[in-house]
Design a protein around this ligand. Structure first.
Ligand code: ATP
Ligand code: MG
Length: 434
């Protein structure tokens, strides 16, 4: 029978990879907390309508990327393709936007039916930040600074570039959209199939085209910045001044429009040249109209989402992850003898875990000779073997055998330590707090 494999585009994270994920997740939690952002969690499945209404019917996501299915009641459900819509839905449902401004973050899997490749999967993971109730550019700057601090924390700051743009008010965008459609319609023969299709459905997305001929054509197209309303212009120049003051460098990319319908004013991306075509690690912007569009009171909002797969690929490529707790085994407990020895072994292990929660203790299971257990202890990479046999039990002591010196050399040091002082002894050896 053919073996069952994971679904295409949905990958397993093996223990050797989870270390870097934990490292990033911890950094995110700490950086978010340092800006006083609170974590929010919402379901992975929502009513399909939520995404149609928020992301927009004519976006790539809603047109062809959603995992939509009917549940047993015939209700149309969708695996969330992004977090912003769910975040707004949860905030509205629980009245979070009624009184005060909100600064929130979330993390978790997202689902899009795309062509899987490096940095692009069907189940992928985002960390997102969303803020609500603040209309002025200081909050746009704050979310950008938060992301910048994260890159710094993760040692990748030199490998990402900030691109920003303003796409103006909805009204300005409508006028620009018409000018762009007029310009491109006259040159429709020069557009590829994709762009021709988008000319009707989502013309702004043509600005994103990877096709060099299209990009060349766009050089003489109307410029979005010329259509932007005064208020958005002021907002954008204030944001730039704030970023300048904070010492954050950026490029203004007037072709940056973002694919989703709900953005207005500020849009930004952090891009890298280290990952080939999938170079956008983090993307976001302002979406002042979305809350109202989903049935709430008009509420300004700004946020971003970063892709964990691309971020971890980038860290792998350019920096190093400190060896985390997960990769390390401190002590390997070997117990050989009758049932009294086995019971004493389990008791001792539990005493150590109680007294030294930071100690990484692996207790041998499955029996075997002293020799074979010691072989496994050595192979585990543990620094010491704790040996318990009938002799040791008789005098309530453990043999502590050093398996390698601090520089990784083989060692033959061995000493006896009484049960009663083993915790203190190991806390010194491993420099742990008890
Ligand atoms: P792209 O242009 O790469 O398709 P997007 O505009 O669709 O990205 P967003 O919806 O803004 O992306 O998502 C924010 C971030 O999430 C992206 O910058 C990227 O890092 C990550 N991301 C998006 N789609 C995927 C995917 N299919 N696989 C892995 N990461 C993804
Ligand atoms: Mg996409």
């Amino acid at each position: 029978m053919a073996s069952i494999r994971a679904i295409r585009g949905m990958t397993d994270l093996l223990p050797e990879q989870t270390a870097i994920w934990q490292y990033v997740e911890q950094a995110v939690a700490e950086v978010a907390a340092s800006y006083a952002y609170q974590e929010i969690r919402f379901p992975i499945v929502e009513q399909t309508e939520l995404f149609k209404r928020s992301i927009g019917e004519v976006t790539d996501i809603v047109e062809k990327e959603m995992y939509t299915f009917a549940d047993r009641n015939g209700e149309s459900l969708t695996l969330r393709p992004e977090g912003t819509a769910s975040c707004v839905r949860a905030c509205l449902q629980h009245g979070l936007l009624n009184q005060s401004a909100q600064r929130l973050w979330y993390q978790g899997p997202m689902f899009r039916y795309e062509r899987p490749q490096k940095g692009r999967q069907r189940q992928f993971h985002q960390i997102g930040v969303e803020t609500f109730g603040m209309a002025s550019p200081d909050i746009d700057a704050e979310v950008i600074l938060l992301s910048a601090r994260l890159w710094q924390r993760l040692g990748i700051a030199e490998h990402v570039t900030l691109q920003i743009n303003s796409i103006g008010s909805v009204d300005a965008r409508v006028r620009y959209r018409q000018a762009l459609v007029d310009f491109l319609s006259e040159r429709i023969d020069l557009l590829d199939d994709d762009s021709q299709r988008r000319l009707d459905s989502n013309p702004l997305r043509i600005l994103d085209s990877k096709n060099p001929e299209t990009q060349a054509l766009l050089d003489s197209a109307p410029d979005l910045l010329d259509f932007i309303d005064e208020e958005s212009k002021t907002h954008f120049s204030q944001l730039r001044a704030l970023l300048d003051a904070a010492g954050i460098s950026y490029e203004i990319n007037s072709r940056l429009v973002r694919g989703l319908d709900y953005y207005c004013k500020t849009v930004f991306e952090w891009v890298t040249d280290q990952l080939g075509a999938q170079g956008t690690v983090c993307a976001g912007g302002r979406y002042d109209g979305l809350v109202e569009q989903l049935g709430g009171k008009s509420t300004p909002a700004v946020g971003f989402a970063l892709g964990m797969e691309r971020l971890t690929l980038l860290i792998d490529a350019v920096s190093s992850v400190p060896t985390t707790v997960q990769d390390r085994i401190d002590a390997y407990l070997v117990a050989v003898g009758d049932s009294a020895v086995m019971e004493a072994g389990v008791e001792l292990a539990e005493t150590l875990r109680q007294g030294l929660p930071q100690l990484r203790l692996l207790m041998h299971c499955g029996g075997g000779s002293f020799k074979s257990q010691m072989k496994k202890a050595d192979k585990s990479g543990a620094k010491v073997a704790l040996i318990l046999g009938e002799d040791e039990l008789a005098v309530q002591q453990v043999s502590v055998k050093s398996l390698r010196t601090t520089d990784g050399q083989h060692s033959t040091d061995q000493r006896r330590v009484a049960f009663t002082v083993l915790c203190d002894d190991l806390s010194q050896v491993f420099n742990l707090k008890s």
